[in-house]
Write a protein that binds this ligand. Sequence first.
Ligand SMILES: Cc1cc2nc3c(=O)[nH]c(=O)nc-3n(C[C@H](O)[C@H](O)[C@H](O)COP(=O)(O)OP(=O)(O)OC[C@H]3O[C@@H](n4cnc5c(N)ncnc54)[C@H](O)[C@@H]3O)c2cc1C
Length: 557
Amino acid sequence: MFLSQLNPQQRDSAIATLGSESFDVLVIGGGVNGVGAALDAASRGLKVALIESQDIAAGTSSRSSKLIHGGLRYLEQYDFKLVREALHERELLVSTLCPHLVKPIGFLFPLTEKFKERTYVGAGLALYDALRGFQRALPWHKHLSQKQINEIAPSLRPDIIMGAIKYFDAQVDDARHTLSVARTAARHGAIIATRVSAESLIRDGRRVIGVNAKDLVSGNPIAIKATVTVMCAGIWSDELHAKFDLKAGYQVTISKGVHIVLPGSAIKSNAGIILKTPVSVLFIIPWGNKWIVGTTDTPYTGDRAEPIANQEDVAYIVDQANRVLTPKIKVEEIIGVYAGLRPLVANIKNAVTTKLSREHTVDRPAPGFVSIAGGKYTTYRIMSKDVIDLAVNELRKLTPESVTDKLPLVGADAYFALVQQVDQIASQSGLEVETVSHLLNRYGSMISEILLLIKESPSLAVKLATDLPYIKAEIFYAASHEGALTVDDVISRRTRIAFEAENHGVDLADSIAEIIAPVLGWSNKERKTSVAAYISLVDREQDALGELISQGEKVNS
Ligand SMILES: Cc1cc2nc3c(=O)[nH]c(=O)nc-3n(C[C@H](O)[C@H](O)[C@H](O)COP(=O)(O)OP(=O)(O)OC[C@H]3O[C@@H](n4cnc5c(N)ncnc54)[C@H](O)[C@@H]3O)c2cc1C
């Protein structure tokens, strides 16, 4: 009945609808929690709209460690309920909701001491495995012999690593997953518009009855009427509370987390590695034929939309990883660096409006207005359900329970059959088997839409660049079906070229703009402006990274 396609025509129609109709629920923010809330509400049969001031997942939801995990560190705090809940979500995502996007991933937990540490870590991992209950989408943990460690991870230093335990968690392309949740919400009728910013609240007495928004493309104001407004603004929550003149029951402090990206050749291992650090843990995570290593945890007060890593962040990551790696990683090997900002919630003393779980908070600072912040990516579905459970009280009508635990995302249907039909799809489409697998792991059953594009324009079957897995059809599709409106949207979030390509994809920006220009109806000038905007974003990031590389000797010594 509804379409999941996001593109300029859909956006135009969404903008018109936002200003002319009224909604049960209006969601502010298109991170994973906002799109999750929109999906939760739409799939309960409610009339829903979502506005996002930048691009879907442009905030924290494209900058995480990309792990779907129970959180081993919570075991040390005896928070078994939280771990069990996250492990339940992990199983659901891997096996039912989006198996095409969330994949099991093995980690080695290296041990530097023979007996006491093995007993302690082994018991922890046994508990971690047991807490998931009877669902078993991922293998059980396993103690490894020295020989097995050498075979799996030759890069682990044999002089200090006395043993290791292999356990499993799951991995996701966070921006792609958030986009898929958004498209699923659209398929269930949610009206979604990016580059629309919430500016102020519309009130009737104390009650909030909507939002005065601004279309950031045209500059036009839009008055959006809704019975309840749901704010999922992550690190922007405090800023918006102040702007909306709301007395919230919680505050959000911001902590920066940085990751570095290395070529596959930098570390020899067939599994990820987790290390305990003095402050937290460090993950060495396989990412296609690259490695993502991180993260840090430092207070942050700078620009929220464009967090940038500094020299200390990178030096810390390199130093921690090099405690166990041989040969050591070198700063000059770093391909990319990205920083993300964690929204950490703290309840305001004596606040009556909030309900604080261990990690996230829901709040009702005014009639007709609720909000949520905190938590982690893995439990977005629970958070979305919690905030919509609170929001529906404002509707004063009977509303069905959440059904998102039974609702696969777009592309998930038939995925398990399609992976067994890769050879047939390859021979029918003329694509390489490797390319078909790559497409299935990004689009699931929606691969059919990509194949249709290729049938109409065979030149789109060609790879964008020889050293990257993406074909040109994916770039076109990013604008025609996935709501990309700029070169940055395509390079940074629809694909991950921004940190996967050696030059951050700057050399590809022109060809990407050429592919998406007809879909977006761009003039030559608009095309150049979008390319220039991406290059200047990279320049700002490169300034920091360039300095680091020149300081490489110092960091590595
Ligand atoms: C370094 C790091 C690593 C992490 N690793 C993991 C991990 O491995 N696993 C895990 O489970 N969790 C992880 N997390 C946590 C997880 O990424 C976050 O909890 C989650 O992405 C937060 O999503 P959100 O929707 O609340 O916020 P966001 O994704 O930031 O979304 C908020 C959105 O609101 C929009 N917005 C702001 N103001 C307005 C306005 N006025 N109008 C309209 N829209 C507006 C913003 O543009 C933004 O898109 C990590 C976090 C960090 C920082």
